[in-house]
Design a protein. Structure first.
Length: 332
């Protein structure tokens, strides 16, 4: 089958090549991939940034998100059958959605939202699950609470704004001038144009911050939180708790302890809870998101679409950090 793969880690590596069709285990569903989407994670995996946490063997087919059609099911699969239209974030241990086919554990899969085409469905899983795992599972965001979602025009931000509004929160976000009106239309109540204003000088008494930007923004975000607030970062630094949950070695746990020591100390001093979230695949959790999409409460946003043959260009585009919504790879 055709796939976009890397033979070694590094910037700009990767090529279109032939790979054997995946082996279908007892709990697996073999899917003909119609569309995938590019995440910053794909670029980071390509560069080798996740080598220690996710030790893949090479050659590695990249790609975490998919939408497609079931072509075969393993002996123990009960919830899916050939012909079903599905979508998923492939489990992190077995990625490879930039390919004509992939075998995915049925627990990671959900039926595709009926109102979406394959491209829009493929843009959803990783970013929507991230937003859910931050806002619902970790923050337990409540109606009337105030949340700051950084980078509201990005893949995670566009989904998180819509989910937070649905949960009844007051939503502030940061973006550049060109995207201000656009993120307001997505539902943001307060938009800080980061080219004109420093968010930490104008926002106060927030309950939750979702940080997807760098260490400087993370630290400044402490200033907008009230005592008892929650600073939740998806861009690091990882915590020892995360290292333990991932089953990482003792030395790696210590590295993560040190990496997050500064922000954990500052957060504690301010009476704020710091958490790092590393999203996970979860088909059951996609179900409530599917319902919100079908009710038109959450609408996916695609910036650009590239054919599989142009995956390298798609990765370069995402690496530039200016995407408005998601970048999709089409195979059909
Ligand atoms: N831990 C996890 O499980 C997890 C899951 C998903 C993503 N992530 C991480 O979260 C980060 C964001 O992911 P993403 O998919 O949302 O990225 P993305 O779609 O590539 O983000 C691009 C957007 O970021 C905005 N942006 C860039 N610099 C900004 C700034 N200083 N202030 C406000 N907005 C800014 C850009 O808007 P402008 O053009 O207007 O600047 C652009 O729309 C990545 O580092 C990714 O690896 C982590």
């Amino acid at each position: 089958m055709k796939a976009f793969l890397i033979d070694r880690y590094g910037k700009n590596t990767g090529r279109l090549g032939e790979m054997p069709s995946p082996i279908v285990g007892a709990h697996d569903v073999l899917i003909e991939v119609h569309a995938s989407s590019v995440n910053v994670l794909d670029a980071k995996i390509r560069q080798g940034d996740f080598k220690l946490i996710l030790p893949y063997s090479l050659p590695l087919v990249l790609g975490n998100d998919l939408a497609g059609v079931v072509v075969e099911v393993g002996a123990q699969v009960s919830r899916f059958k050939p012909g079903d239209e599905v979508y998923a974030r492939a489990p992190e241990t077995r990625i490879g959605t930039f390919a004509e086919r992939i075998a995915v554990d049925e627990n990671a899969l959900a039926r595709k939202p009926a109102n979406l085409d394959m491209a829009h469905a493929a843009s959803i899983p990783l970013v929507a699950l991230t937003a859910w795992q931050v806002l619902v599972e970790t923050a337990h965001l409540q109606p009337g609470q105030k949340v700051l979602i950084h980078a509201g025009s990005g893949g995670v931000g566009t989904l998180a704004i819509q989910l937070a509004k649905h949960l009844g929160a007051f939503v502030a976000t940061t973006t550049s001038t060109a995207n201000v009106e656009w993120v307001k239309a997505l539902g943001a109540d307060r938009v800080i144009d980061y080219t004109q204003q420093n968010f930490e000088n104008v926002l106060h008494d927030y309950d939750v911050v979702l940080n997807s930007l760098g260490a400087d923004v993370l630290e400044k975000s402490l200033k907008v939180l009230k005592r008892g607030g929650q600073l939740i970062s998806i861009s690091g630094p990882p915590t020892p708790q995360f290292a333990r949950e991932q089953g990482l070695s003792w030395p790696l746990q210590q590295v993560m302890r040190l990496l997050s020591l500064g922000i954990r100390r500052k957060a504690r001093k301010q009476g704020v809870r710091y958490a790092f979230v590393f999203m996970r695949a979860d088909g059951a959790q996609l179900q409530p998101l599917t319902e919100l999409i079908e009710a038109a409460i959450i609408t996916p946003v695609i910036d650009r679409t590239f054919p599989l043959e142009h995956t390298a260009q798609a990765l370069t585009y995402v690496e530039q950090g200016r995407a408005r919504g998601k970048v999709v790879i089409t195979l059909k």
